[in-house]
Design a protein around this ligand. Structure first.
Ligand code: SF4
Length: 399
């Protein structure tokens, strides 16, 4: 049985290389980032709160923030990473405390439903060989008989309703809850954005749940079929545990360790600088060449010449007039296609879109049967291209 989790699938979709480090190579993670650390402590405090409520105790607001302070101090390590330079550890600690105070004021005496489970492990069997497991922050049977799957979010951004309606994680947990409690007629997904003192709710139809199950199964199969795990650079790299060993950022880490005066002499830095410089010169020269071409044709037209002589070369002026068919993005293209199809000429003028087909094969988007039948004609190519872009301030290390 292959066991996946939503965060495992999400990790692959965020960056295949991160997935490889984390789940295949099992590379030890560095210490938590402060955002994750604060989020875990808020979760700890809320889990404790509802554990107390379950045994008929009612912790005060001070008890709740006291518990938060206790677990913060117990779990704290100076290795916890603070990525944002404009924030301190105390800022994050205060954000968590404020969120818990707001939560307590909003929900005390916490009698909105019966807590069925806290940090509850659930499993969803996708087929005979694949299972998804996860943990529900709090499962509740509300007074109106609706089952609620609660999730606490400490993020600094508030999800829109649209995003909540498209969320896969809690919807997957709904599949598990419905299997465990077949009498659950109505299930509601509830996110507590505690920093905003705000609740977002969403419900799923049976059709949406069936689609989700199929979508997740196909995502899992796609991941299992992968043999390459490329890097996917994004702003999330700033929070990635594997940044210093990642092929996309390893060079940056090596450069950061160099004395400033050795930076430009480093052989790979010198090569990149030269490559960019040559590229810029080529671009300029291309522009110059186009302008010369226009000028020579204009003169040749004026003087009635079909050939123009240089010191060692002759330029032949090739003039042409011909039909121009609407290009790929031209709205009239569909009309052209319809005419050709209607007149039985489509097969003669259409051709295989090799680039699109290649992309679909690489992304595993073709039906398995089609991919199998094509396999004998498809060869593997490999190569590399270079895409220059300006380095951001954070990746120049101030240099
Ligand atoms: S640093 Fe960025 S590119 Fe590298 S593994 Fe992490 S998320 Fe992926």
């Amino acid at each position: 049985m292959s066991v996946f989790s939503h965060s495992r699938i999400d990790s692959f979709e965020t960056c295949p290389k991160k997935y490889e480090f984390s789940y295949l190579l099992k590379t030890p993670r560095g210490p938590d980032g402060i955002e994750a650390f604060m989020g875990s402590r808020v979760h700890d405090a809320l889990e404790w709160l509802y554990g107390e409520v379950k045994v008929c105790r009612l912790p005060s607001e001070e008890d709740l923030v006291g518990r938060y302070a206790l677990v913060w101090d117990e779990c704290w390590s100076d290795d916890v990473r603070v990525t944002r330079q404009d924030r301190t550890v105390d800022d994050y600690r205060a954000i968590g405390e404020k969120a818990l105070r707001q939560y307590h004021r909003r929900y005390a005496p916490f009698d909105q439903g019966v807590t069925v489970g806290l940090e509850m492990r659930v499993g969803i069997r996708l087929d005979e060989t694949h299972e998804i497991v996860g943990y529900i922050d709090r499962l509740v049977k509300a007074s109106d008989g609706v089952w609620e799957i609660h999730d606490y979010k400490t993020s600094a951004t508030l999800a829109t309703q649209e995003k909540a309606d498209a969320d896969r994680q809690l919807a997957l947990y709904e599949l598990a809850v419905r299997e465990m409690y077949p009498d659950a007629r109505e299930v509601c997904l509830v996110w507590h954005y505690v920093a905003f003192d705000h609740e977002v709710r969403s419900c799923r139809t049976p059709e949406q749940l069936a689609d989700l199950r199929a979508e997740i199964l196909s995502a899992v199969r796609r991941i299992e079929a992968q043999s390459e795990f490329p890097t996917k650079v994004s702003r999330l790299c700033d929070w990635c545990d594997f940044r210093t060993m990642c092929p996309a950022w390893k060079h940056e880490a090596e450069l950061a360790a160099l004395p400033a005066r050795e930076f430009e002499l480093e052989p790979r830095v010198a090569l990149v600088d030269r490559y960019v410089e040559v590229g810029e010169r080529l671009r300029k020269l291309e522009g110059e060449k186009d302008a010369l071409c226009e000028e020579i044709i204009r003169r040749a037209d004026e003087d009635g010449l079909d050939q123009v002589l240089g010191s060692d070369h002759v330029l032949k002026v090739f003039r042409f007039t011909g039909a121009s068919v609407p290009g790929r993005d031209d709205p009239r293209r569909d009309a052209v296609e319809r005419v050709l199809r209607a007149d039985g000429l489509w097969d003669r003028f259409s051709c295989l879109a090799t680039a699109s087909l290649t992309k679909a094969i690489d992304a595993g988007e073709l039906p398995r049967e089609t991919a199998d039948r094509l396999a004998r004609y498809v060869t593997t190519r490999s190569g590399a291209r270079l895409y220059p872009r300006k380095r951001s301030q954070s990746s120049t290390g101030g240099r």
